[in-house]
Design a protein around this ligand. Sequence first.
Ligand SMILES: [Zn+2]
Length: 374
Amino acid sequence: MQSPTISYLTKVQFGVGALGDLREVMTQVGIARPLVVTDQPLVELGFVSRLGLDSPVVFADIQSNPTESSVLAGLEVYREHGCDGFLALGGGSPIDAAKAMAILATHDIKLEEAAYIRGGLERITSDMPPLIAIPTTAGTGTEVGRGSLVTMESGQKLAIISPHIIPNWSIVDPELTLNLPPLLTAATGMDALSHCIETAISRVYNPVAEAIALDGLKRGWDNLKIAFENPYDIAARTEMMMCAMQGALSFQKGLGLVHSISHPLGAIQRRALHHGTLNSVLMPHVLLFNESGCRLALDKIGDQLGISGGVAGIAKALTDYSDSMGLPLTLSEMGVENDDLIGIEALAVADHCSLTNPRDVTQEGVTEVLKSAF
Ligand SMILES: [Zn+2]
């Protein structure tokens, strides 16, 4: 496709108490025997019980940054129990894993063949089992997104992108985020802010997505700190859910270098680096790097947030914001060592998000950002 596709297709039940609509949504999308894909901590916190299903089939062996092997293990459970659809419950990892399971349930391909940079967009057809997403964090927005990030057997963390993996329906209920611990609230929230910022400055012309991104950015900027300090503030939690959803509704405009770098860093298994924390560390440095390619968009961001001083002002405000929530400010503070960075430049250049970054991404450019963020 030569011209940008503009699309807002999926259905969302949004708001406090939306989880109560689950039964009706299941009927509407035609799921009678779902596989609930989630993670162990959420099972222990009673989230599966809150779904109100009679003896559901549950697959909870999903790690943060889901892997191909957990996708294959979940698919086996799906088949063993004759399930007819997926309920993905959790943060980005269970939802992304369920999307990948759904592809393999009906497509006779290896998971890596579904990856965008391996030509997966052409291979994934509309022949998909139904999937309902129920997010429990306000961050990835993958409940309305057309992407799934999986660390493949090869060790590479690759994006699968297709309009056919957008959940058929999402239930976005801010009450499910009330127990999210403050640091996780901060890190996932910074991921949501990074989606709004990266899509707002991306090189793709899509004013519809841009408007949504700027609106989501304002909601997130005004409310993340409140949700961090007052976890039970349902109004702030609601605005963060909206910010996360808006960030992902804008994905079609394309992300950029923050994500190009955080994807390969997030794939370093021995470090288990949190995606949102990585993005919060990288964002100020990437914005400074990108300035020449997105001055107008940066002006709009400054206006929207009431920040003066151009890109330097915005970068400093972001750093101060992360600092005020106790997030690390450098890669080394996160535990990244020099050796971890070997090969990251090439992977970042090849990442699908580099294509839509406002400035051309070269290995030298990535090195510059890594050095300043280190
Ligand atoms: Zn992200």
